[in-house]
Design a protein around this ligand. Structure first.
Ligand SMILES: Cc1ncc(COP(=O)(O)O)c(C=O)c1O
Length: 365
C-alpha cells in the first residue's frame, strides 16, 4: 500500500528513522555502561517496546497500570514510575502476571503502607525506588534525609524491597547550551544524595534517571545506573528545539489533507486537535501546534477539533485543495495517545501497521 492511499488524518512512523533513533540510544547506553529502561509512554506499542528490548533495554518503564499490563507480554522487568496510590490501582498492579518483577517509584509513607498491604495480601515481592525531587518539583522527596526515612520504612515492610532511587530531570528542557548549569547542579545533587544514602546504609542498587533532552549527557551525571528516555524513539518539535535531536530524527508525522483554501492567507487541513493535540511548544521561540515536514516555515496556527489552520504568512508555497502534507507534532506522546493504530512507512510504502495497545485506561467492570 502507498502512503497516499491512507485516509487522513493518519499517524505514520518512518521506520528507517525509528530504527536509527533506537540504535543510537541503545549504542549510547551500552557505550557508557548505563542500563536503558525506555519509558513506553511515547509509543504505547508492543511493537516498539519489543524493538527496544531486542536492542538490549534492561526492562521497560510505564506510567499507567494499563501500560504495565500490556508490556507484561514483552518483559519481566517493569518499572511503574508513578506513585502506586489507591486501592483500585494497587489491585491492578498486584494482578500483573507473576513473571513480572515489579518495581515502583513512590515518595510517601502512605504509598509504602498501601503497597506493603497489597503486596502482602497478594504474596508478591515488589521492588521500590524512592522518588527524589532533584529540581523538577513535581513528585519526589526534597531532602536526602526524607529519602533515607522512606528507605527505612520500605526495608521494614517485606515483601517490599528497597531497590534504590529515581528522579526525573524534566526541568532540564532548554537548549544544549542552557542545560550546562542545571546539569552541573544535578551532578552535584546526585552526588550528595547518594553519599548520604550510602552513609546511612542504604546504598542504592538502582539509580534511575534520564530524559530525552538530557539523554546523551547522562554519563556526565555520575552515579546513574540506568536511564529512562521515552520520546527519543519518535522525537518531536519540542525535542528538536532542545537540540537533543535534529529535524531529520523526527520519525512520527501526521499525514493530513488540505480541505480548504477559501480564506486568504491560510490553508485548512483535516488534522485538528483530535489528531495533533493542543500542546504549546515549551522550548525556544517556535509557535503553533506543529510544523510541516516539507515546509518548516509553515506552522499549524490554530485548530478546531477536525480542522488545522496552516499559517501561510511566512511562505510562498500555496497549497491546493486535496494536496497532502505531513505535520511534525509539538509533543508526540500526546498524539500517539489519540490514535488506535500507527502505520510504519519506508519512503512512500506502508510496510506495516501496529496497534497503540497501551493507550487509554482499559478499565472494564
Ligand atoms: C518519570 C519519567 N521518566 C522518564 C520520562 C521520559 O522522558 P522524555 O519524555 O524526556 O523522554 C518521563 C516523561 O514524562 C517521566 O515522566
Amino acid at each position: 500500500m502507498n502512503i497516499d492511499e491512507l485516509e487522513t488524518p493518519v499517524p505514520v512512523v518512518d521506520l528507517d528513522i525509528l530504527e536509527r533513533n533506537l540504535d543510537r540510544m541503545a549504542g549510547y547506553a551500552s557505550a557508557h555502561g548505563l542500563g536503558l529502561r525506555p519509558h513506553i509512554k511515547t509509543h504505547k506499542s508492543p511493537r516498539v517496546g519489543a524493538e527496544q528490548l531486542r536492542r538490549g533495554a534492561v526492562g521497560l518503564t510505564c506510567a499507567t497500570t494499563h501500560e504495565a499490563e500490556v508490556m507484561a507480554d514483552l518483559t519481566d522487568d517493569i518499572l511503574v514510575a508513578y506513585p502506586p496510590v489507591g486501592q483500585a490501582r494497587l489491585a491492578r498492579l498486584m494482578n500483573l502476571p507473576r513473571h513480572v518483577r515489579l518495581m515502583v517509584a513512590l515518595d510517601s509513607a502512605e504509598a509504602i503502607e498501601g503497597l506493603a498491604e497489597a503486596a502482602q495480601a497478594a504474596g508478591r515481592s515488589v521492588r521500590v525506588l524512592v522518588e527524589c525531587d532533584l529540581g523538577m518539583h513535581r513528585v519526589g522527596v526534597v531532602t536526602p534525609d526524607d529519602a533515607i526515612r522512606l528507605a527505612q520504612l520500605v526495608r521494614a515492610r517485606p515483601p517490599l524491597e528497597f531497590a534504590g532511587v529515581t528522579f526525573y530531570p524534566g526541568h532540564i528542557r532548554g537548549t544544549r547550551a542552557d542545560q550546562a548549569a542545571p546539569l552541573a547542579a544535578l551532578r552535584d545533587d546526585v552526588d550528595r544524595w547518594l553519599g548520604a544514602l550510602r552513609a546511612a546504609g542504604f546504598a542504592p542498587e538502582i539509580v534511575s534517571g534520564g530524559s530525552t533532552p538530557t539523554a546523551f549527557d547522562a554519563h556526565e551525571v555520575g552515579g546513574l545506573t540506568e536511564i529512562r528516555p521515552g520520546t527519543y524513539c519518535y522525537n518531536d518539535r519540542e525535542i528538536v528545539s532542545t537540540g537533543a535531536a535534529e529535524r531529520a530524527d523526527c520519525a512520527f508525522t501526521v499525514v493530513a489533507t488540505i480541505v480548504s483554501t477559501a480564506v486568504p492567507g491560510q490553508a485548512v487541513c483535516d488534522a485538528g486537535c483530535k489528531a495533533l493535540g493542543r500542546e504549546p511548544l515549551r522550548v525556544g521561540a517556535g509557535t503553533g501546534f506543529g510544523e510541516l515536514l516539507d515546509h518548516p516555515e509553515v506552522t499549524v496556527k490554530g485548530m478546531s477539533e477536525e480542522h488545522g489552520i496552516l499559517d501561510l504568512s511566512q511562505t510562498t508555497w500555496r497549497p491546493r485543495v486535496g494536496e497532502r502534507v505531513r505535520i511534525i507534532p509539538n509533543h508526540v506522546c500526546i498524539v500517539t495517545h489519540l490514535n488506535d493504530v500507527i502505520h510504519g512507512v519506508r519512503g512512500h510504502r506502508v510496510e506495516t501497521s501496529w496497534p497503540v495497545a497501551a493507550r487509554g485506561r482499559a478499565q472494564l467492570v
